[in-house]
Design a protein around this ligand. Sequence first.
Ligand code: A2P
Length: 339
Amino acid sequence: DLYDVAVVGATGAVGEAMISILEERDFPVRNLYPLASSRSAGKTIMFKGKSVTVTDLAEFDFSKAQIGLFSAGGSISEKYAPIAAEQGCVVVDNTSHFRRDEDIPLIVPEVNIEALAGYTSRGIIANPNCSTIQMLVALKPIYDAVGIERINVCTYQAVSGTGKEAIEELAGQTARLLNGQEAECEVYPKQIAFNALPHIDTFQDNGYTREEMKMVWETQKIFADHSIQVNPTCVRVPVFFGHSEAVHIETVDKITAEQARELLRQAPGVEVMDERTDGGYPTAVTESAGTDPVYVGRIREDISHPRGLDMWVVADNVRKGAALNSVQIAESLIATYLD
Ligand code: A2P
């Protein structure tokens, strides 16, 4: 069977990746409808060797599509995802807008695909936050084997997670600074080139940022475990593609580093790279950028806690953190529920 697929935000960093991943994975597309703002209407993009014209989202008739992949911002999803669903187009939404709604499934295919069944209540499926996705793909086999009580995590997040303007800001600032000119800050409140900003999304009353709280809320929802404790610090770093995370967990039962490594070697979506030698660990640029796996290295027992385990987790935030995960959700949807 073939499906008509709308990509909302088709000209953005994630939307472009969605379209190329649909093509790479040979998703059964009959018609592709790339949608964006009126600014982009009339532009063309390439799909399977043909040029396809971008349409203004506001003018699109969603009854023409059975699947909609949305990544144009929360307020766009808030308005248009229910309209699409109403017209029979099942939405996979990459924004945070619906993620915490109880009747909206929040899915990482390797972790909780069983929750996808709940999509029928509103016709919308939420794609989790990029940092949460890669962390949970790596933690799932350990969670299943020995349980996890608490997660302490620090992230090192690439600018592509913010969008195309942020990619341009990092490139532009870097070039200007190397030429002895001053950095101009528009997207981020402080210079991102050659810097690290402990600030992603908006500040909350409890002193955490919203990005940090997303990692708490979404981990509990995806594991369907409201007792799991999560303590994140999210940091933006001058990397274009690929988020890195130092993940420190306290398990319910003791697990050794070797047992964890063995479980991770068998885990779907994971690639272990853990040599304990110079360069024997994954990095954002060298391994993850442009690829699909969640890479795990630096697996070791925490010397400060009897049931502590540490690891380094790296993935392409635009692919596994967003576009790829959304396309995988759509693949499960058509395999199991649509005909
Ligand atoms: P456009 O290029 O026409 O502005 P990014 O996250 O990389 O910044 O991309 C955001 C995506 O969301 C782009 O495809 C952008 O389209 C799209 N978008 C932004 N605002 C709107 C809107 N009001 N209606 C439709 N699409 C929008």
